[in-house]
Design a binder for this molecule. Structure first.
Ligand code: CP
Length: 361
């Protein structure tokens, strides 16, 4: 394990400067316009995709992105058909696959798991979603969609609606859009599904305007973008808790009547019932385009990382604290016991380097 990986990993978008994101968005735009120019750009390269959790868009858009760049793919989309089913830990699986592949993409249900993988990987690692924590390539997809459809990433009022507690795409996009001038957020959720404290603290500390409301009807008319999210059944402690939340927010034709003509509706998908099918034919519904844009921006990302364009971010920013444990029960350090307990910060609050959870000491 090295403090400074030589690889350009993508674990958290905020590990990279905004100038790097902007270059990706520019390259994505060019690839979208002239895909044929990139058909052999990754010839001879292999991408490993390790999907420990179900996925349609992220997995397939990464795979098609690599294939459209002329590369090839290996991997699994069901850990039950790999040696994970025999009890192999993340460290060993990662070490092996990263010895076969030139770049590795991983999704895992536990927070901080992809960072854990990057600690021992022998190739660049991309986070394709780690539990309720982050989903940086969905964020790139969202930024790319906003840039392509709104023409700018500045001065946008974005409403996030639904499961803001467990929606990792929401957390990542709020963090990312906070880096662009003039962003304003309207956070629409029930009191049970509000954004985590660390996001609220970050917005407050940065002086970024935001409000937390419960009514989509009241909020919709002032938005440039409405980002709908699914209530994440798989992250609830019980069916009862999920049932109390499901169906709280449903975007339908009636609600869309109140929205501006130039508002766009995004959704990372999959949806359950939070956007009525009747909205799909509205020209402001952009979620299917958004999924396709994900392929172009992932082509730009793979190419950029394999070319080594950019600085390799520091892998470990703080230090190991052997006798201190992350207070987040969903953190990977509680599952994979060999992992060093890495924390940033000092004084009263320590920030877990895997899951970003803040623990008071
Ligand atoms: N948006 C997204 O991550 O979709 P999948 O779960 O299908 O990959």
């Amino acid at each position: 394990m090295s403090e400074n990986s030589q690889f350009i990993n993508l674990l958290d978008l905020n590990d990279h400067p905004v100038s790097w994101w902007n270059k990706l968005l520019e390259l994505g735009h060019i690839i979208k316009k002239y895909p044929q120019n990139y058909a052999k750009a990754c010839e001879g390269k292999i991408m490993g995709t390790l999907f420990y959790e179900p996925s349609t868009r992220t997995q397939m858009s990464f795979q098609t992105a690599m294939l459209r760049l002329g590369g090839t793919i290996i991997g699994f989309d069901n850990p039950a058909t790999s040696s994970v089913a025999k009890g192999e830990n993340i460290k060993d699986t990662t070490k092996i696959v990263s010895g076969y592949a030139d770049i590795m993409v991983m999704r895992h249900p536990v927070e901080g798991s992809v960072k854990a993988a990057a600690l021992t990987a022998e190739c660049p690692v991309i986070n394709a979603g780690d539990g309720g924590h982050l989903h940086p390539t969905q964020t790139l997809t969202d930024l790319f969609t906003l840039k392509e459809e709104k023409g700018t990433l500045e001065n946008l009022t974005i409403g996030f609606c639904g499961d803001l507690k467990n929606g990792r795409t929401v957390h990542s996009l709020i963090k990312a859009m906070s880096c662009y001038k003039g962003s304003r957020f309207v956070l629409i959720s029930t009191k049970e599904l509000k954004i985590p404290n660390y996001i609220r603290d970050m917005l407050t500390a940065s002086g970024i305007p935001f409000k937390e409301v419960t009514s989509l009807d009241d909020a919709i008319e002032n938005l440039d973008v409405l980002y709908m999210t699914r209530i994440q059944r798989e992250r609830f402690g019980s069916e009862e808790e999920y049932n109390a939340q499901k169906g709280c927010y449903i975007l339908d034709r009636e609600k869309m009547k109140k929205a501006r003509e130039d508002m766009i509706v995004l959704h990372p998908l999959p949806r359950v019932d939070e956007i009525a099918v009747e909205v799909d034919s509205d020209k402001r519904a952009m979620y299917f385009e958004q999924a396709k844009y994900g392929m172009y921006i992932r082509m730009a990302l793979i190419l950029t990382i394999l070319r080594g364009d950019g600085e390799a971010p520091r892998l470990i920013k703080g230090r190991e604290r052997r006798h201190f444990t992350c207070s987040n029960p969903a953190c990977i350090t509680h599952r994979e016991k060999y992992l060093p307990h890495l924390f940033e910060g000092s004084g009263d609050i320590l920030i877990c380097e895997y899951c970003d959870n803040r623990t008071l000491i």
